[in-house]
Write a protein that binds this ligand. Structure first.
Ligand code: PAF
Length: 282
């Protein structure tokens, strides 16, 4: 596996691959790699000649400086996971100046209102930061296909919107949420939970499965009340939000409509760690 440590080295590498007509699959990450990332690479490997990943903890998408500081970083561990997986041909590890040559700040985007829902409300500026880094990475890596997990479903929708609006020549592929055996959606943040708390957090997935059973049987306000009751009885867990939204507009709804797809979204804070999950409702 090639380790590409600057924009210049990446550009030379990409140029050679393009000359050989290689189809590039790309999965950007912020490191702290886990099996969820490996599932992105597996999808990428099946559909491309070459798989590239990036590791870059993007400062502009953290609205909370403490969260940025606490974000787990272990580049040698990550490189060894990538090597062992045998799924990735090259990893790009840029310096901050490779992404932000002047000021480390975001561009401002209009994602047609997608940015104002859910995470946009609780994390102002977050999606401008994500858009900025992903657009820049796409311009440098020039992938044919790019892979993102459905765990961050709103991020995935926003990246699709950015690609459409900016007419970027890349196909965006959503990859289903990768779950631990107990159902907890894999996330780099899970590393900050001890084993007991990780086990207790399976209640998030169990709740989403119940919501899927209740969907179209009882009203959405009733579902919300039941979810609130579940988390009121969980020690050390706070339900930050639970809602059901239209999958396309991401607008919250209290009513079902025919011919629309709906998804349940949840954020729970467990011992100060913010866990996010979602589920398509059948
Ligand atoms: O999902 C992530 O890990 C990040 O938001 C991304 C897409 C790598 C951009 O920094």
């Amino acid at each position: 596996m090639e380790v590409l440590k600057s924009k210049k080295i990446l550009q030379d590498f990409i140029e050679r691959q393009k000359e050989m007509g290689k189809k590039i699959g790309f999965a950007p990450t912020m490191g702290a790699l886990h099996d969820g990332h490996l599932s992105l690479y597996k999808n990428a490997k099946e559909e491309n000649d070459l798989v590239i990943s990036s590791i870059f903890v993007n400062p502009t998408q953290f609205n909370n400086p403490e969260d940025l500081e606490k974000y787990p970083r272990d580049i040698n561990r990550d490189i060894s996971i990538l090597e062992k997986s045998g799924l990735v041909d090259a990893v790009y590890i840029p310096e901050v100046t490779d992404i932000y040559p002047e000021k480390t700040e975001s561009q401002h985007y209009n994602f047609d209102g997608l940015e104002d829902e859910m995470e946009g409300k609780s994390r102002p500026g977050h999606f401008d930061g994500v858009g900025t880094v992903v657009e820049e990475l796409f311009r440098q890596v020039k992938p044919d296909n790019a892979y993102f997990g459905e765990k961050d479903f709103q991020q995935l929708a926003i990246i699709r919107k950015m690609v459409e609006k900016k007419k970027l020549p890349v196909k965006i592929k959503g990859v289903p949420i990768y779950r631990a055996e107990n159902g907890l959606a894999l996330s780099s943040r899970n590393q900050r939970l001890d084993t007991d708390r990780r086990e207790a957090s399976k209640v998030i997935y169990e709740t989403l499965k119940k919501v899927n059973e209740w969907f179209r049987v009882i009203t959405i306000p009733e579902i919300k009340q039941r979810v609130q009751d579940i988390f009121d009885n969980q020690r050390g867990m706070q339900l930050e939000y639970f809602l059901i939204a239209d999958e396309e507009t991401l607008k919250e709804t209290d009513f079902f409509y025919k011919d629309r797809n709906f998804r349940a979204f949840i954020v729970v804070v467990v011992d100060g760690v913010r866990l996010i999950d979602n589920m398509h409702l059948d």
